[in-house]
Design a protein around this ligand. Structure first.
Ligand code: T4K
Length: 379
């Protein structure tokens, strides 16, 4: 291959949507058009909620417009105030959802093995102003649910999970969706399970579910009775149609993700200073995270540049860490000093393309590009 010819003619994306059954989707959309019922607690949304609740084994699934609104509703409805402990090593939405509601996000560090919250770091951040912990099951790997629950119980804190990466994931024989006071899902186009845009709060708590049900619809309890604060978080029927048409394909999708994950792992194992972040059994294998260690002959950014010049649009999620993004960078300028693992990971990570749009042969080509960057250049 000449240096001017990229390995791929068309861009290869990290977040190419998985679409299990386009015909089923179109048929469901046609049904919504025929019914002229497009939003506001429609039949497709209700069906989706019921099927997700059954699948996860939770009492309530409240479908909403996106994962960020789901986070905000969970934060508001559980009455979080003051300070909430959260990882900086996450997508910015986790942290913004707190700040947006006037809550101070207090950053705790993550475990270098799991990339999820380190319970000891969480413990060290608890003050009298702490009202809760917002943990993240990052990269489709469950957070340390037992240790976090113990901490929450010990200190009387609300424990919420951002499970945007963890639909279909289980830990210790339990499905993600059943932990903490409530969990938040994202059904964004780039996610393991997508509903175009969409999200949900899942919980076993009847009162909490009822509060969120009201809040996502402006607080309406009847045609002209408003009983609480609220917003517009209602999922559309078109989104629910995409969700329903994708639900049947989840096992196949895990198999494809697993195949790609294993193919990357086999190739990367043979390369110096590189490894694929382990997500454990029970993952959805949606994210393939390449870690560039210090002994690697190339830097993370050299590898990323080589990938991108070959039309492989890998990402350095979640560089530089939320604490280094605004407004947190200005509000908490010294937060990084207590986040050594986060700071290190932010310099190490490349998320590689996977999902149904990426074949095993594509994985080989991507790994060839990575391998070539590591080779010493002729003097
Ligand atoms: N918590 C966590 C831990 C999250 O990761 C997220 C979202 C949330 C909360 C919030 O949930 P939502 O409110 O989004 O439901 C993308 C997604 O937009 C975002 O949903 C996701 N996390 C995040 C990890 O990734 P960007 O800013 O990187 O998106 P963008 O436009 O750069 O797209 C990513 C890649 O996917 C690109 O290569 C293009 C490709 N793509 C994207 C779309 C939408 C496609 O090929 N087709 C598509 O339709 O945030």
């Amino acid at each position: 291959m000449s240096p001017d010819t990229p390995a791929f003619v068309e861009p290869v994306h990290v977040g190419r949507p998985n679409i299990a059954d386009p015909d089923a989707f179109l048929e469901l959309v046609q049904g919504a058009i025929d019914r002229r019922w497009l939003s506001n607690d429609g039949p497709l949304v209700r069906e989706l909620e019921g099927r997700i609740a059954d699948l996860l084994g939770v009492k309530h699934c409240l479908a909403v417009t996106n994962g960020t609104i789901a986070l905000e509703l969970a934060i508001k409805a559980t009455g979080l105030t003051g300070e909430v402990i959260v990882p900086s090593w996450t997508f910015i939405a986790t942290v913004h959802a707190l700040q947006w509601h006037g809550i101070t996000p207090v950053f705790a560090d993550v475990d270098p093995e799991t990339h999820c919250l380190d319970p000891e770091s969480v413990r060290s951040k608890i003050t009298e102003r702490t009202s809760g912990i917002l943990a993240v099951h990052l990269w489709g790997r469950a957070a340390p649910v037992d240790a976090l629950q113990e901490l929450a119980d010990e200190h009387g804190l609300v424990l919420l999970y951002d499970a945007a990466h963890a639909f279909g994931v289980s830990a210790g024989g339990r499905k993600v969706g059943t932990f903490g006071r409530a969990e938040v899902l994202s059904f964004h186009a780039t996610k393991f399970f997508n509903a175009l845009e969409g999200g949900a709060v899942v919980t076993d708590d009847d009162d909490l579910a009822q509060r969120i049900r009201l809040m996502r619809n402006f607080g309406f309890a009847g045609e002209d009775t408003v009983v609480s604060e609220g917003t517009n978080g209602k999922m559309s029927e078109v989104s629910a149609a995409m969700g329903l048409s994708n639900l049947g394909g989840l096992d196949d999708l895990i198999a494809v993700n697993r195949r790609n994950f294993d193919a990357y792992t086999r190739r990367v194992e043979a390369l110096p200073g590189l490894r694929i972040h382990g997500v454990g059994e029970g993952s959805n294998f949606q994210y393939v995270v390449l870690l560039v260690d210090e002994e690697c002959p190339a830097t993370r950014d050299d590898i990323l540049a080589a990938l991108r010049s070959n039309n492989i649009l890998a990402r350095r999620y979640f560089w530089p860490g939320c604490h280094r993004m605004e407004p947190y960078r200005t509000l908490q300028p010294s937060a990084g000093a207590e986040l050594p693992v986060t700071e290190r990971l932010a310099e190490q990570v490349i998320v590689l393309p996977s999902g149904t749009a990426v074949s095993e042969a594509d994985v080989d080509v991507i790994c060839d590009v990575i391998e070539r960057v590591l080779q010493p250049t002729a003097p």
